[in-house]
Design a protein. Structure first.
Lengths: 48, 228
């Protein structure tokens, strides 16, 4: 039990870091996609 | 385009859900390890991350070969996205390995062959991306980056074999051994589950990234056409 408690911060750090990396990159991708679509729309409307 | 987007959303949500389930399985249902105790559960993040790092290095090599064979194809965008995903998972491997090293070895970092060759892989991925972004978009950039992309894959077998070629602190392979895995079958199945889940998430990230790179390229072309 004590051993398990000692390991907890390391386990949380690893899983938390992995979740942050993956979800962070995914969210950045989605936000960039929205930004690029808006930019494309703006360029198209300026041309029309 | 909208249909592709919604498909990507469904795929992403499913992949993330599978990864969350695999982590619950790894933290709650997987058996405890005799020598390392509970801290060994880091293996279910560390090994899938390392597998992804190696896998995307080979994918980068594959697309780099396509770039050299079929000039002017979209393969260079796929190669760049593979390098980005590869870099993320290599850094994650180094970070989780370092966190795991502290309670088991007593140190955060040691200049051991496995760790050093993995750090080299991260630097190679970073170098590829710096090179790609610093050169002008033309066929020469595609060629130079493709050659580097192929060379990066050569580091993967060195990393894998480092624990047998040199005396290292890192443990030898426990899964792909000629005399069979040294892990309990329940641990192996959990590890494979986590590995497949992380691979699916990485594939979703890659598809999204390639979509964005294509969109950015289209915008660049459009703005060039409009320029007076």
């Amino acid at each position: 039990m004590t051993e398990g408690l000692q390991a907890t911060p390391y386990i949380i750090a690893c899983y938390g870091l992995a979740a942050t990396f993956i979800l962070g990159f995914g969210a950045w991708n989605i936000m960039q996609n929205r930004k690029l679509k808006l930019l494309k729309q703006a360029i198209r409307s300026r041309r029309d | 385009m909208e249909k592709t987007n919604s498909k990507n959303w469904i795929f992403g949500a499913a992949a993330l859900l599978i990864m969350a389930l695999s982590w619950v399985w790894a933290l709650v249902y997987a058996p405890s390890e005799e020598h390392m105790g509970e801290v060994y559960r880091i293996i279910y993040v560390h090994v899938p991350s390392a597998f992804n790092a190696f896998f995307w290095a080979y994918v980068l090599c594959f697309f780099s070969i396509i770039v050299l064979i079929k000039k002017g194809s979209a393969a260079s965008l796929w190669a760049k996205a593979s390098a980005e995903i590869g870099l993320i998972f290599t850094v994650l491997t180094l970070a989780t390995g370092s966190i795991w090293g502290r309670p088991t070895w007593g140190v955060w970092w040691v200049w051991d062959a496995r760790l050093t060759t993995t750090l080299i892989l991260a630097l190679l991925f970073a170098g590829y991306l710096i090179l790609y972004n610093s050169l002008n978009a033309n066929s020469q950039r595609s060629k130079i980056c493709a050659v580097l992309g192929i060379l990066i894959a050569a580091d993967v077998p060195v990393i894998y074999k480092s624990v047998t070629w040199w005396r290292t602190l890192h443990q030898p392979p426990s899964l792909m051994r000629p005399d069979g895995a040294t892990m309990a079958p329940e641990m192996v199945s959990t590890l494979i589950f986590c590995l497949v889940a992380m691979l699916l998430v990485a594939a979703w990230l890659l598809v999204g990234r390639v979509g964005n790179l294509k969109l950015a390229e289209e915008i660049e072309k459009q703005s060039f056409e409009q320029a007076p």
